[in-house]
Design a protein. Sequence first.
Length: 136
Amino acid sequence: MSTREQPAIRVVIADDTRDMRLLLSLALELAGGFEVVGEAANGEEAIAQATAHRPDVVLLDLAMPVLDGLQALPGIRAGAPDALVVVLSGFGADAMGVEAVRLGAATYVQKGVNPTELAEQLRALVRDRTATTDES
């Protein structure tokens, strides 16, 4: 019986803090099965990176310069319609989370989440999307 290796989950990380981008990138690399294909320090760059790389997942911070995450979300969805946008923010998940999902985010995750848990959540989102696509 041959096993087929799953392709890496391609990720764009958008956060205005360089250290946070590095931390997320390292956490995903250590988790295995992820490839960070682009990084962005503001919402405008997030749209450009998502459009250029067409990732499986965009990790999107809300509080960023130029365009914040909520302002960038429609542009990301337009430029990379198949990408799952995961809003990752330090803000509470109440109104901001509801608005992010309304604008097309797949889910909302609090910053500070355990990196292993974040990797599992991303895998589950991609797996669920793949299962739904395969059923169509």
